[in-house]
Write a protein that binds this ligand. Sequence first.
Ligand code: FAD
Ligand code: DHB
Length: 393
Amino acid sequence: MRTRTQIGIVGAGPAGLLLSHLLTQRGIDSVLIENRSRAYCEARQRAGVLEDGSVAVLRTAGLADRLDQEGIEHGGIYLQFAGERRHIDFRALTGRTVTVYAQTEVVKDLIARRLADAGEGAIQFSVTGTAVTGLESDEPVLHYTSQDGVRYEVTCDAIAGCDGFHGMCRPAIPAGVQSAVERDYPYAWLGILADVPPSTDELIYAHHPRGFALHSLRGPTVSRLYLQVDPDEDIGGWPDDRIWAELSERFALPGWELKPGPVLDKSITPMRSFVSAPMRYGRLFLAGDAAHIVPPTGAKGLNLALADVAHLAPALADLVHGKPDRADAYSATCLDRVWRSTHFSWWMTTMLHRTPGADEMEAQLQLSQLRYVTSSRAAATSLAENYTGLPLT
Ligand code: FAD
Ligand code: DHB
């Protein structure tokens, strides 16, 4: 079946979903396709921290009703090392905060809104055989087979590749056109979702000789915790008791206790930095994880995805109306922020994790950096400014 739309969007993650909504608000039609089911997209456990700029984007777009009710504003974080837990006060240092609101909830809100605004067909879930062609022309074509087995060819003015790191849009760009800069880290995160009230009022990032640990939360009765593990670690080797024992050891502090509880979800995520540039090839525009990945220690991945499409939506609206300037500036504009977040995420990651095989020099340098960032107002302000996010310009 041959059809036409203005913008074809591949991927119903945070980037693709927000983009289709922002385009609708500008009177631009789009077709959004996703190869997973709605239930799968809504249950996928991932990020949890929104920068205040991301909250502002969602609010301005009229998407923050539940976020404003259920999101938990945090004015700082704890950094724990060498048996001490020190607070970094974002509010005092920058006047800004972050909001804990899970990616699952952002995705649920966006899906519900798209379906309410544009009908049940607004998102084509569970498609197969996605392909993009004619990228060098002014009429690129999005191909897919719908869940009920109909093969579609959708002619577009432009296509947005919002299909994540393992998607097919970036690989559809001819070889040799793009540069990719990549680093794999010698560790991974084992993440759990637990049915237990958080044992802390703010997130705790803990540097420990046994490895990094992070205590986050999802609400008054649900906690989210992470442990540094080896990249080739088998989740089968981590029964719940072992996870709680290891977390307790890494967060240990006199007079404080970690409350354990039933584990609802458990997974291991590798850690990688990756930037592919430019974020455009002809009429294909990449956004979010399709173009770049950061290790999660700085809580930036989701925020970068939202920032990309906040720029991409007006750029594509202009392009459709014959004004290419913002589309031409899109990649360079986003890559500035992407590289700042890539640096910050690398810096937080290498400061807080235990590098396998590291010598005493590296261990002491990490401790010195941690003491500095928690005692110098200038250094703490730099962390706070990066964590709460750069203004969306
Ligand atoms: P995605 O959320 O990956 O969405 C891409 C969508 O495209 C997916 O729904 C996918 O199914 C779909 N898709 C892929 N291929 C096709 C195709 N061929 N056809 C149609 N659809 C397709 N960030 C943090 O800040 N903190 C964290 O703790 C954290 N944990 C993470 C854990 C994991 C396992 C992963 C993968 C990422 C994590 N991130 C985390 C990063 C953050 O979740 C991402 O940066 C964010 O999801 C990016 O959004 P996106 O929309 O660009 O991509
Ligand atoms: C969460 C994830 C992160 O990567 C992070 O740095 C902070 C919080 C979370 O899932 O809550």
